[in-house]
Design a protein around this ligand. Structure first.
Ligand code: ADP
Ligand code: MG
Length: 257
C-alpha cells in the first residue's frame, strides 16, 4: 500500500500523445532516477502526476497509498503527500518563504484533519529552524520573498526546504540539476539525501548523470518516446554517461526504412 503505482499511463498534450503506456512503481524509502533524451516525455510525466490541466490523461491508472490519484485535483494530490519540484519554479513577490511554507503546511494539515486550526506560530518557527539546520541553511533565507531575485541555486534550495517542511510521502524532482553550478548541485543533493528515509519515496528526473553522483538512486529507469524502456540499478546511469542515448534510440526507435 505504501506505493506510488503507475500503470499503462497515456497522456496527451496539445492533442499529441506523449506518454504511451508508462509503468512505474515507487515504494516509500526508495530513490528512483528516470533518465532519458530530451523530448522523451519526462516533464510530461511530472505534470501529469501533478494534475496540470494542460496534460490530459487518456488511459491507465495511478494510485498512491492505494488511492486513485487521477480522481483528485492538483491541490488534493499535494495534500495527500505528493510533492513536485519543477524545472521552472514561479516567483511570488511580497510573500516570504516562511509565510508561503506555513500556508502550504496548514493546507496539508487541514487535509489530514478538517478540525486543524493551523500550526501555532512558535511551533512553526521551531519546525522551520529545525529543517533549515538539517539542510544547513542560513535562517535569514526564510525571510526572503519567494523566488523573487533568487539565483537558480536558491530557487532549488527553497524547494528542498518546502519538501522538508511538508514531509511528503512521494517527491518528484524534475531536472533539479539543470542550470545549477556544482556547489548548488551539491547543496541540493545533500538536502535530498538528508530527507531520504523510510517514509519518503523519491523520483529524480534528469537528462544528465551528474546529479546521480550525489544522489545515489536505488533504481534507474530509461524513458524513451513516452515509456520506460529499461530498468536497472545505479550502474545503468554510468552506462548512459559512458555511451549516451544512441543505443536506446537504436534499440527502441521507430524503424524508418
Ligand atoms: P522531456 O522532459 O523528456 O524533455 P517533455 O515532456 O518536456 O520531455 O516533452 C515531450 C514532448 O511533448 C516534446 O515533444 C514536447 O514538445 C511536447 N510538449 C511538452 N509540453 C508541451 C506543451 N505544453 N505543449 C505542446 N507540446 C508539449
Ligand atoms: Mg523536461
Amino acid at each position: 500500500m505504501s506505493e506510488l503505482v503507475i500503470k499503462n499511463l497515456h497522456a496527451t498534450v496539445a492533442e499529441t500523445e506523449i506518454l504511451k503506456g508508462l509503468d512505474l512503481t515507487v515504494r516509500q524509502g526508495e530513490v528512483h532516477a528516470i533518465m532519458g533524451p530530451n523530448g522523451s516525455g519526462k516533464s510530461t510525466l511530472a505534470y501529469s502526476l501533478a494534475g496540470h490541466p494542460a496534460y490530459e490523461v487518456t488511459d491507465g491508472e495511478v494510485t498512491m497509498m492505494g488511492e486513485d490519484l487521477l480522481e483528485l485535483g492538483a491541490d488534493e494530490r499535494s495534500q495527500m503527500g505528493l510533492f513536485l519540484a519543477f524545472q521552472y519554479p514561479v516567483a511570488i513577490p511580497g510573500v516570504t518563504l516562511a509565510n508561503f511554507l506555513r500556508t502550504a503546511l496548514n493546507a496539508r494539515r487541514k487535509a489530514d484533519n478538517p478540525e486543524d486550526k493551523g500550526v501555532p506560530i512558535p511551533e512553526f518557527r521551531r519546525l522551520l529552524k529545525e529543517k533549515m539546520d538539517l539542510l544547513k541553511m542560513d535562517h535569514a533565507f526564510a525571510g526572503r520573498y519567494l523566488n523573487d531575485g533568487f539565483s537558480g541555486g536558491e530557487k532549488k534550495r527553497a524547494e528542498i526546504l518546502q519538501m522538508a517542511t511538508l514531509e511528503p510521502k512521494f517527491a518528484i524532482l524534475d531536472e533539479t540539476d539543470s542550470g545549477l553550478d556544482i556547489d548548488a548541485l551539491r547543496t541540493v543533493s545533500e538536502g535530498v539525501n538528508a530527507l531520504r528515509g523510510p517514509e519518503l519515496g523519491v523520483v529524480v528526473i534528469t537528462h544528465y548523470q551528474r546529479i546521480l553522483e550525489y544522489i545515489k538512486p536505488d533504481f534507474v529507469h530509461i524513458m524513451f518516446e513516452g515509456r520506460i524502456v529499461e530498468s536497472g540499478g545505479p550502474e545503468m546511469a554510468l552506462q548512459l554517461e559512458a555511451e549516451g542515448y544512441d543505443w536506446v534510440r537504436e534499440k527502441y526507435g521507430k524503424v524508418t526504412a
